[in-house]
Design a protein around this ligand. Structure first.
Ligand code: CDP
Length: 215
């Protein structure tokens, strides 16, 4: 059987990459993996054990015993989990442990038609030979506003200034770390969604992916 199509979508927090990835997957009938949930699940397991997400021993123990039912846990989206996720994600051994699962998903996606993975290092490390790569971004202020509205809709009490501070500190940690830092792959298409609503951003993403899969 020839290799199935793989779409890599990377970008910083609240850039729109998750929604775009879900919609691209639905449009092509491909399976979607939000790789951020893996780091969030590891972080949540560390926090629930009273561990320190920056401590490699605590994070390694959590990733090796990872309970996949945590991927459905509503606490995955909490602000404390986001911060802890970007701490465990900076630990190389945690990333190494999650690599095979992500590559396995890309090579053998549920449904058997193709895969869309979104995260920080899909185009650079996990699937460097992806058929289409997108790097989705927007200014920190616009991303903070979007994430603030999501929190508000979920009834989370947090100010927009707090969300912006979190986004800036996670951007710095994700881009500045040595292990698979967040960066645009040289062959990725840049999709700046600062002035695009999600419909327009999805349309652009779909036309990039359509063109890439035709060639
Ligand atoms: O949804 P949001 O963009 O806020 O975060 P996420 O995609 O769920 O990722 C949470 C954290 O996991 C990020 O801040 C990264 O530190 C880390 N992550 C990563 O390092 N590599 C990935 N492929 C995905 C997420």
């Amino acid at each position: 059987m020839s290799k199935l199509p793989v779409i890599a979508i990377d970008g910083p927090a609240a850039s729109g990459k998750g929604t775009i990835a879900r919609r691209v997957a639905a449009a092509f009938g491909f399976a979607h993996l939000d790789t951020g949930t893996l780091y969030r699940a590891v972080a949540l397991a560390v926090l629930r054990k009273g561990g320190d997400p920056s401590n490699p021993a605590d994070a390694d123990a959590a990733v090796r015993a990872l309970d996949l039912s945590l991927l459905e846990d509503p606490a995955l989206r909490a602000q404390t989990t986001s911060v802890a996720a970007s701490k465990v994600a900076a630990i190389q051994s945690v990333r190494d442990e999650l690599l095979a699962f992500q590559r396995g998903f890309a090579a053998h996606p549920p449904g058997g038609r193709g895969a869309v993975l979104d995260g920080r290092d899909i185009g650079t490390v996990i699937c460097p030979n992806a058929d289409a790569k997108l790097f989705v971004t927007a200014t920190p202020e616009v991303r903070a506003h979007r994430r603030f509205l999501e929190h508000k809709a979920n009834g989370t009490l947090i100010t927009e200034a707090e969300v912006l501070a979190d986004i800036r500190s996670r951007d710095a940690r994700d881009s500045g770390r040595e292990a698979a830092p967040l960066k645009q792959a040289t062959d990725a298409h840049l999709l700046d969604t600062t002035h695009l609503d999600i419909e327009a951003a999805t349309e652009r993403a779909l036309s990039i992916v359509r063109a890439a899969l035709r060639t």
